[in-house]
Design a protein around this ligand. Sequence first.
Ligand code: ADP
Length: 190
Amino acid sequence: MNLILFGPPAAGKGTQAKRLVEQRGMVQLSTGDMLREAIASGSDLGRECQAIMSRGDLVSDAIVIALIEARLKEAEDAGGAIFDGFPRTVAQAEALDAMLAKLGKQIDRVIRLKVDDTALLARVAKRFAEQGRPDDNPEAFSVRLEAYNRNTAPLLPYYADKGLLTEIDGMGAIEVVSSTIDAVLAAPVS
Ligand code: ADP
């Protein structure tokens, strides 16, 4: 089972991915987490990406595709992945399809968490105050939202055309969103 959690920054993808890992033993592949680890480790890759990320821009397709490729086989061998924050461009989605096809796999479901911009801004202001993540500052966050609307939202028709997309309300309490996701996963693929 390969699931993409889709939605704007701060929609709750990471929270839900981590829960699914705990409850179902799925493997989370979060390019944002991988890039933050690279920065924390002081690697060349981390140095290359740090400024781009703190501005709120997307890092290059080649970098994130390579990060996913390095972990994909292991995730597939473990039963499948939850993709969180990847793909973010049509080129990444096409590369993901090709990498999965090589392993005889495919994306099974895409769940979009719908959260309106006002709620996102409130969530991220709170997270910035609590955790101080550099790209949660208001300027970088508005760049991230723009990148989402420009580069990532066009992926919705890509997956809708394949019949893989389910849209759910991401505005409710975490537990409510969790049970909606569980219901989607329990339903047969249409
Ligand atoms: P969020 O979903 O809250 O925006 P992420 O942790 O997924 O945060 O990503 C943080 C930043 O990492 C992004 O703003 C971007 O700079 C970079 N990044 C993560 N994943 C990708 C990706 N698939 N393509 C390009 N850049 C990415």
